[in-house]
Design a protein around this ligand. Sequence first.
Ligand code: ADP
Length: 511
Amino acid sequence: MPQEHANIEFAEQLGVHLRAQFPLLLVDTVEEQRLVDKVAAATEPLSMRCLTWDSVSGFSSVHDSRSMAPATDPLDVLERLRGMSSNSVVVLKDFHTQWENPQVLRATRNYAQRRGEAGPTVIVVGAGATPPPELADSAVILEFPPPSRVELQAVLREVLEGRWVRRELDDGGMDRLIESGRGLTLEQARRVFTKAVVADGVLDHGDIRLVLEEKKAIIATSGALEYLEPDEAAEDVGGLDALKEWLRLRERGFSSSAREFGLPAPKGIALVGLPGTGKSLTAKTIGSLWGVPLLRLDIGAIYSSFMGESEKRARHALKLAETIAPCVVWIDELDKAISTGSNDNGTSTRVVGTLLTWMSEKTAPCFVVATANDISKLPPELLRRGRFDEVFFLDLPTESERREILAVHIRASGRNPDSFDLETVARHTDGLVGAELAQAVHDALIVAFDHNRELTTDDLLACGAQVVPLAVSQRERVASLRAWLAEGRAKPASREAAASPVPPQRVTGAW
Ligand code: ADP
């Protein structure tokens, strides 16, 4: 259970820093009360005093909630700290907002750099409590994990206490309900559990869904992650049989029976190929194939011009994804996101580093699907063996694959593919990728509709002939991708022998 570990680790880290009497710690979280509780728990065995401060109430003691000193001026606060015993900890709430004032920032820096002087350990807590560059070398940042299962369980118990609720969930169901609250703050969990209970006085499976809905809303506000409803099935993907078979074989890869059997959970795959070859489409089907949620990570959205902020956002998004596990995390257009950062003072390198560290250290069952059009833009360590379970190359579809792809799109329009001579259409559409075949079907439907008649094979042939295949203008890219495949660095996504060479430029409307 990653969250339990993370919470134990946090308590340990906190204990170490308190014992070592570090002057300044920073915790970036909205959960200040939960943090204060943890600090109070950590100070108890050390027989330290624990105080809090905020700009309205001044100092108060955690143990007897007595207001002690009315100091609300930040400079005054730092002055008073110097007079306090070293055997104490003071949690300053939202104090980072005061650093806009250069004098306060300077005074904080002086405090953080004190040597051998007395004074308590100060913990600055708040949403966005990160050190400005002036404090980067003297403040210690502690990463505060989301609530553990035990904490969520306690909240649910509190919510249920004193309420008359009919419990229709068995123990397994209760477990899943608590589990579904992972990734929420304690306050969010309390709110959603209360909503679940108060709405109808019954605790049932619908409430698990309710909690998941709440999570989706939180994911939406994270900016970099998008929760995609599973609406694509394996039947919507034409061709790519080797890739589909690989995925099908791992359908139960996340199940506990697979663990008992001694199988490690699948880690992830990279899908590489020209645009329109079905990489995104395949990524979207994995969620529904495996019956787990699909989260799309937009790397572009996590870039920030502030030093260190991009990695932090990446870590936050990945941690949030872990709370949804088991899930599929689809990293879309990895190459684009990385190449935009070639002139970014190393931000993209650090973001990739964060990603790689997460991929190798994650314990939660999050299956990563990274899609990329251009491998030349990717750092070689990203696709190194062992990083992903497999790297798949999606080539131009072969003739029989084109027939399948055409059939998928004809079926999607509510028609029977057998009513058309798709063999002929497939034969005449050499060089077109899936997206272009989909476009040809779409264009043919428009033509038929415009003529007030049913769609014909000739419409498909005519519209197929009008498409200028991307593969022709990207001939070199195709060749280099194929050479890369030949080096054994990737696996073909289709079993049939490599597709034909990129066809020469066709004369539009030749048939
Ligand atoms: P990529 O991610 O490789 O750039 P997409 O998966 O986004 O390409 O493909 C775009 C669209 O083209 C898909 O939504 C689908 O309509 C169609 N398409 C591409 N490949 C296939 C395929 N193998 N089978 C069916 N449709 C496909």
